[in-house]
Design a protein around this ligand. Structure first.
Ligand SMILES: Cc1cc2nc3c(=O)[nH]c(=O)nc-3n(C[C@H](O)[C@H](O)[C@H](O)COP(=O)(O)OP(=O)(O)OC[C@H]3O[C@@H](n4cnc5c(N)ncnc54)[C@H](O)[C@@H]3O)c2cc1C
Length: 279
């Protein structure tokens, strides 16, 4: 695919940040979501890791230090699948779902500027990701939302040794079973602060908002896939000497499906374009 200069697509505001310009080409949201709209019609489960990685990159570029951007962007953006690193977000705890202000995972400061994480996360999709954005409370930080910070957690140290956390178990889910979700326990895992301390939820909300659009797009894509299957049957099945698609009542039924399918697609792509303008 032709690569596109990012200044043309509204991300120029990031260009004052050292390190960011080393990855000056991005795909505009409209193209990205259009491609995912097509992809999800063939394979649903992979779209979660895809969206999580995309969202992690976006937040890292926006708020991460230039040292972290330089260290991790090559692996996150490589097109060599054996070398590619995937992203995740570890936010939810057993006692903390919608109300993130009760986050209890601790971040213990270390002399070298990094942190050690302690505690449990309860619902982590793509739990074996190579990098995760994690919400935690720095020791001594105030209670409530203003005490929550964002951290970048590598699965392995640069030496290749595993970081100190474990997947305790995988979730028994009703849906998206082809993509694992799990519970995670931090046992002094090394992590790096992203952005300002105490602004963790604001930055995580950026990831969540990006995921919302991705989820909407996936739903729109599945509607299209279902409609395509219906159209295939209607074009090929014969009844009363005619193809189903030529029967007036069937046509009325198909329009009832096609209309919301097209509306959903239009809404998602319009929102993607609004995202580009908002940037
Ligand atoms: C498939 C799947 C994948 C997930 N992946 C991840 C992941 O990768 N990383 C991660 O961190 N988390 C993940 N989660 C967890 C998800 O973020 C939480 O489920 C979500 O934040 C809601 O929390 P909860 O389940 O504890 O519900 P609760 O917050 O306990 O809510 C229970 C019910 O109360 C309602 N409710 C809550 N607050 C209000 C309010 N103020 N007013 C009215 N109603 C309210 C909710 O809508 C809900 O119906 C995933 C969940 C699912 C289902």
């Amino acid at each position: 695919m032709e690569r596109i200069a990012f200044s043309e697509y509204g991300l120029a505001a990031m260009s004052h940040r050292p390190g960011v310009l080393d990855w000056p080409d991005v795909m505009p949201p409209l193209v990205k979501y259009a491609l995912t709209y097509l992809f999800v019609q063939a394979e649903f489960g992979l779209c979660c890791p895809l969206s999580m990685t995309d969202s992690l990159i976006r937040t890292l570029r926006k708020f991460g230090s230039s040292a972290l951007i330089k260290r991790y962007m090559p692996a996150l953006t490589t097109q060599d699948f054996d070398e590619l690193w995937r992203g995740a977000m570890f936010m939810t705890e057993q006692g903390t779902g919608s109300d993130v202000s009760a986050t209890s995972v601790r971040a213990e400061p270390r002399a070298d500027g990094s942190y050690r994480l302690h505690g449990d996360k309860w619902f982590c999709s793509n739990p074996d990701a190579d990098l995760a954005m994690v919400l935690a409370r720095i020791d001594g930080a105030p209670s409530g939302m203003s005490g929550i910070s964002l951290f970048l957690l590598p699965r392995r140290y640069e030496s290749g040794i595993d970081n100190r956390y474990r997947i305790i178990r995988l979730k028994e889910k009703l849906g998206t079973r082809s993509m694992a979700s799990g519970e995670i326990r931090f046992e002094g895992a090394t992590a790096y602060l992203i952005g300002q301390p105490g602004r963790g939820f604001n930055m995580m909300a950026d990831i969540i908002n990006n995921s919302r659009l991705s989820n909407g797009m996936r739903a729109a894509g599945l509607m299209r896939r279902a409609t395509t299957d219906v159209l295939f049957v209607a074009r090929h099945r014969q009844a009363f000497g005619k193809r189903l698609i030529d029967l007036p009542l069937m046509q009325r039924q198909l329009v009832k499906l096609l209309m919301p399918t097209e509306q959903a697609r239009t809404m998602v792509l319009q929102t993607a374009e609004a995202l580009r303008r908002a940037e």
